[in-house]
Design a protein around this ligand. Structure first.
Ligand SMILES: *[C@@H]1O[C@H](CO)[C@@H](O)[C@H](O)[C@H]1NC(C)=O
Ligand SMILES: *[C@@H]1O[C@H](CO)[C@@H](O)[C@H](O)[C@H]1NC(C)=O
Ligand SMILES: *[C@@H]1O[C@H](CO)[C@@H](O)[C@H](O)[C@H]1NC(C)=O
Ligand SMILES: *[C@@H]1O[C@H](CO)[C@@H](O)[C@H](O)[C@H]1NC(C)=O
Ligand SMILES: *[C@@H]1O[C@H](CO)[C@@H](O)[C@H](O)[C@H]1NC(C)=O
Ligand SMILES: *[C@@H]1O[C@H](CO)[C@@H](O)[C@H](O)[C@H]1NC(C)=O
Length: 344
């Protein structure tokens, strides 16, 4: 009985052991299958995630195709990649563009200065856009016009289109600029527009140029056409034959007014990134134009202008009533204007 029992127990044990080992085997196989499954799943997930990652990268590549330009951090707000509505920037799509505005007054050499800039293959200075009144009727028309210029969608004889590296315009202080100065400064700040102030030191010479130009508007000395700028010494000579008479009663107050406007403009726009250029300094030494190119961050070039200066040489020969003018200005802050002359 005991033997039977023990053999029975042994049998049971064996059966149990046998059963246990198959269960263990099954468990092993199951665990193996599970591990395999999890492993395969994890690989699948990894592939899916890398796929979505590369997809994500693709999207980024499409959105921002241009490599980071090699510039200082402070320059970043002044660098733009415009996408003109009217044409494609083609091979120059990744060339950064800088926005500028030349702020000046009539008869300060800004037309001459602009022809120098436009002789650069990468600069488009679109002229006196705001001389047309409707464009400066209110701040919305001003902003609309500026947006078009800085998006390279403005067409003038100066536009260089796709390979422009600096785009801008010439803007006279009396063309809505002083009137809307607060909003314009804000626009310049948000759109990263750099300002080139172009002024004349000798306001008396400027006044002579203004009077002569006003006279020629009616007299039309050049074969019946009025010209503000000329390209030949012969034409310049003809225009310079007219000698204006300056009203000495108003002379000092006129000079005060021009000086005041200039000072105010510098004050209003002082928070913008700017450079001050004096006409006389460019006349004396063309290296001043290198400073301007450096300011605009365009490749340096030798700039040229075909324009010829109209009123050159000594002042006394350019004014009809020189003695009166001289007497009026002696002893005033403007006395130096009588003597300052060009060295060349
Ligand atoms: C701005 O001026 C334009 C053109 O003169 C005009 O059509 C527009 O209504 C004006 N806008 C505002 C806000 O005054
Ligand atoms: C300047 O213009 C030339 C010719 O159009 C172009 O090849 C070059 O990339 C431009 N340079 C810059 C700085 O935009
Ligand atoms: C005016 O016209 C005449 C004849 O057409 C020409 O010889 C002369 O050079 C012209 N003068 C100017 C300043 O254009
Ligand atoms: C100068 O201007 C004043 C004020 O406008 C005027 O009264 C005067 O007649 C002018 N003088 C000359 C010589 O034109
Ligand atoms: C022009 O100015 C530069 C520095 O701004 C100077 O080195 C150069 O000698 C000047 N040239 C003339 C002709 O005065
Ligand atoms: C122009 O105005 C400024 C500031 O009002 C003054 O400092 C400067 O001396 C004036 N210029 C002349 C030539 O008087």
């Amino acid at each position: 009985m005991a033997d039977d029992l023990s053999s029975f127990a042994k049998d049971v044990f064996l059966v149990k052991a046998c059963k246990k080992s198959t269960i263990v085997w099954r468990m092993v196989v199951l665990v193996f299958a599970m591990v395999c499954g999890v492993y395969i799943c994890s690989i699948c997930l990894k592939q899916i995630s890398t796929q979505t990652k590369t997809g994500f990268l693709d999207i980024q590549v499409i959105k921002k195709p241009c490599p980071e330009p090699n510039i200082e951090p402070w320059e970043i707000p002044y660098v733009h990649y415009p996408k003109p509505k009217t044409f494609s920037r083609a091979e120059c799509a990744c060339n950064p563009v800088r926005n500028f505005a030349i702020l000046s007054m009539q008869r300060s050499g800004s037309g001459w200065f602009e022809t120098f800039l436009n002789s650069h293959i990468n600069i488009s200075s679109n002229g006196e856009i705001f001389s047309v009144k409707v464009r400066r009727s209110n701040i919305s028309t001003i902003v609309e016009t500026l947006d078009k210029v800085y998006n390279l969608d403005w067409f003038s004889s100066a536009s260089k289109n796709e390979c422009t590296a600096a785009v801008g315009l010439k803007w006279m202080l009396n063309q809505g600029l002083m009137q809307h100065h607060e909003q314009i400064v804000e626009y310049f700040r948000t759109r990263g527009v750099s300002v080139i102030f172009l002024f004349r030191r000798n306001l008396l010479r400027r006044m002579i140029s203004v009077l002569a130009n006003q006279y020629d508007r009616d007299a039309k000395l050049l074969n019946g056409t009025h010209k503000s700028h000329v390209h030949s010494p012969h034409e310049a000579e003809i225009l310079a034959t007219y000698k204006p008479t300056i009203n000495t009663t108003l002379l000092v107050s006129n000079l005060n007014q021009v000086n005041g406007t200039t000072t105010k403009a510098l004050e209003y726009f002082k928070s913008t990134r700017h450079i001050i250029v004096y006409y006389e300094d460019v006349v004396k030494n063309r290296t001043k134009l290198m400073d301007v190119q450096e300011f605009l961050k365009v490749p340096r070039r030798d700039l040229k202008s075909r324009q010829v200066k109209i009123h050159k040489g000594a002042l006394p020969r350019q004014v009809e009533n020189w003695d009166d003018v001289s007497k009026t200005l002696n002893g005033t802050p403007y006395e130096s204007f009588l003597h300052a002359d060009y060295r060349k």
